[in-house]
Design a protein around this ligand. Structure first.
Ligand code: GLA
Ligand code: ZN
Length: 709
């Protein structure tokens, strides 16, 4: 049975670098694996490209496969937009072209991840079933002709999606080359305002609240007399005018986000069920988008074997220090608390109309290492060859339009070779952190509707602390509020505006037991219905923080309040954007307002002791990065966390460990050489040499140091 061969392939993958992400589900050893000369080597990490054979003449495929093989690639993702090619008319399936591509690639030792193609509906779907097209707020249907057109409640679309998924799964169940599946493509996108979506929204609310009274209370519908008297009166909480005041009730908005997120999770679950039933040995994943926040990624990840994500970190004309790509990686790792894989990685200049900067020599490799260092166990570049047709003519691949393997190809091939060399060392390792940062979608959404003060967002708040941690070379886990915090020495909960009572109690008990907690402005304002708590802030967190917040104020964009820090935070800083008027009640003041008379009675930064732990509070946004560096240094000291190295500006470090191994990644994000102080006498795995006390990195240079073997 071919399925046995597939199980064997997966066991090979599972004991390899994907150990973390497949977590031993497929440990069946199968001697037939030895017979498959085309198989990736035992334990091979998946490295390859997103490939679109349907865009190129058949007689080019052989060349492509050969070049991929020569680059050391062993995987491609195929077919995620090719519904029309697989089902040219309803119910008639044509997989011949794809069989041919899969077999040809297989002959070159290249495995296949297949995408279910539901992100682009064929024209016949729109023609025959116009209700599958998303309805816009003005009641018109979106015009077919791009991608992500569909309504997620359309019965027809759900059935068509199940049918193509089943047909693909049945057809490829016996292929020894197909090893896994990607559901759809980058779930997200527009909301649909059709009648079925509305009816489903009303049903969803009925299931959630049981009674209309319950719903009216949860949403605070006595405000503006918005009380519903029948379920059918419920409408979409829209923002049709774009004006904040005209936007629906924030509680309704939050539930609507949860509902639209749930629709996508349900749509995916329908596909996952089919794939698991027909191809039980294949992995099933989806390509997430890092910090994208339109849907609850924790929920979307739940049904999957592991997370993959699409990373495009070149946004500026000059190389910057892309800590946000590391943050995104940490968010991705946090979704299932396991390693992830890159499904699309920047390969060249990106853009649909105009395009951005070409990665400079060394950057393609460095971008891949940054993800590896944060827990990526597989590396796929988007895309293989730059397309000559269509909307993505300027979204460049490893090869240009001319199809020649040049610099970008060489750099990817070099990266592939190096990753292969590291495979054994990486096996069973992941990022292990003493620091947790709370990250959840209720907060991303709630602050999206009402940031409170201008420019506020959960990600911006997190980055203030995350960047400071990165500058000092300390890893963090991004976790949701259900996570077990006991294993962390330091928990950062900035801007956690939605804070149900159980979360507040959990944080207080975390501090009591010896944890170090940091909260900051707008933490703990609301309950999970997005209603403001009635308590004086910081509400149930008061015992941990030892403060009372009397009042608060937003600050205009030109306003700066002088702040003086002491006790390790020494220095003069500016408070911007927002201030809590913090009255210490047991906490010590570590920074105070020094000039504005009306702020002098209040603290800017406080530290409280409760039980064996500490509760820190920052009641403002500080303009200077140096403040956050000093603060993080104090927090790390309080939590007894010692950074392994002290990287210079522009150099990032990250540690992967496990199974007695400990690997220090050192990455130079700048185009200037850098010198880093590192532990002496350790093996640098890429060169094979031993480290001196200092390590010199070339521009965009990378080193991987085995701290423990
Ligand atoms: C996303 C998609 C790809 C492609 C790239 C580049 O990540 O998943 O299909 O469109 O962007 O545009
Ligand atoms: Zn709809």
């Amino acid at each position: 049975m071919k399925t046995n061969v597939r199980a064997a392939i997966l066991s090979v993958v599972a004991v390899g670098c994907l150990t973390n992400i497949c977590q031993g589900q497929r440990q069946v050893a199968n001697p037939r694996v030895q017979m498959q000369e085309a198989l990736p080597e035992k334990g091979a990490m998946l490295i390859g490209v997103d490939y679109y054979p349907e865009h190129w003449p058949r007689d080019r495929w052989e060349t492509d496969a050969r070049l991929m093989k020569e680059a050391g690639f062993n995987v491609v993702r195929l077919a995620e937009f090719s519904w029309i090619n697989m089902e040219p008319e309803e119910g008639r399936f044509e997989f011949g072209w794809l069989d041919e591509a899969v077999t040809l690639l297989g002959r070159h030792g290249i495995r296949v991840i297949l995408g279910t193609p539901t992100a682009v509906m064929p024209a016949w779907v729109a023609r025959k079933y116009p209700e599958t097209l998303r309805q816009q707020p003005d009641a018109t249907r979106i015009v077919w002709g791009g991608r992500k057109h569909n309504c997620f409640t359309s019965g027809a679309y759900r059935l068509l999606s199940e049918r193509i998924t089943r047909a693909m799964a049945e057809h490829f169940a016996s292929s020894p080359h197909v090893i896994g599946w990607q559901t759809d493509n980058e779930f997200g996108g527009g909301e649909c305002h059709c009648d079925t979506c509305l009816a489903e929204f009303q049903d969803w609310l009925r299931r959630k609240y049981g009674t209309l009274d319950g719903l009216n209370r949860a949403w605070g519908n006595h405000f503006w007399g918005l009380t519903f008297t029948t379920w059918g009166e419920i409408t979409f909480p829209d923002n049709r005018t774009g004006e904040m005041w005209a936007m629906g009730n924030p509680s309704a908005c939050l539930d609507f986000k949860r509902f639209t997120s749930w629709l996508r999770v349900r749509f995916q679950a329908d596909q996952v069920r089919i794939l698991r039933a027909i191809c039980p040995d294949d992995f099933v994943t989806h390509n997430f988008m890092g910090l994208f926040s339109d849907l609850d990624y924790y929920d979307l990840a739940e049904d999957l074997d592991f997370v993959t994500w699409d990373n495009y970190p070149i946004w500026f004309d000059e190389p910057d220090i892309p800590y946000s790509a590391s943050l995104a990686a940490d968010v991705m790792r946090g979704l299932k608390s396991k390693n992830f894989m890159i499904m699309e990685q920047t390969a060249g200049p990106c853009g649909w109309g105009s395009f951005g900067r070409n990665p400079w020599p060394g950057e393609i490799r460095k971008i891949a290492y940054q993800q590896l260092a944060h827990g990526s166990d597989g590396q796929i570049w988007f895309r293989w060859r730059t397309c000559t047709v269509g909307r993505e003519q300027y979204w460049h691949g490893l090869l240009g339009h001319d199809g020649r393997p040049l610099r970008r190809y060489d750099e990817a091939a070099q990266t592939a070779r190096e990753f292969r060399k590291l495979e054994d060392r990486l096996r069973g390792t992941t990022v292990v952190s003493d620091v947790a940062i709370l990250y959840d979608y209720d907060n991303l959404w709630s602050l999206g509707f009402q940031p409170g003060y201008e420019g506020n967002s959960l990600q911006a708040a997190i980055l203030r602390y995350y960047n400071a941690l990165s500058r000092v070379g300390v890893n963090a886990d991004l976790v949701n509020r259900q996570a077990d915090l006991a294993k962390y020495k330091l928990v950062l909960a900035p801007d956690l505006n939605v804070m149900p009572d159980e979360t507040a109690r959990k944080l207080v008990s975390y501090v009591e037991k010896g944890g170090v907690l940091l909260a900051d402005c707008r933490t703990g304002i609301k309950d999970c219905n997005n209603l403001c708590h009635e308590r004086t802030l910081p509400g149930l967190l008061s015992p941990a923080l030892g403060i009372r917040i009397e009042e608060y104020s937003a600050l205009g964009s030109n306003v700066r309040y002088a702040v003086k820090g002491e006790a390790g935070l020494d220095g003069s800083y500016n408070a911007i954007r927002y201030t809590d008027w913090v009255v210490p009640e047991g906490a010590e003041t570590l920074a105070r307002y020094s000039e504005q008379w009306h702020m002098k009675p209040f603290a800017a930064v406080t530290r409280n002791r409760l039980g064996k732990g500490q509760g820190w509070y920052v009641g403002t946004v500080i303009e200077q990065e140096s403040f956050y560096d000093a603060l993080i240094a104090q927090l790390l000291k309080g939590a007894d966390i010692r950074p392994v190295v002290d990287p210079p500006n522009g150099v990032e470090t990250s540690i992967r460990q496990g199974q007695g191994k400990k690997l220090l990644f050192v990455m130079n994000h700048t185009d200037q050489p850098a010198t880093v102080n590192v532990p002496e006498g350790k093996v640098e795995l890429l060169s094979g040499g031993r480290t001196d006390r200092t390590l010199r990195l070339d521009r965009f240079g990378v080193a991987v140091i085995a701290l423990e073997q």
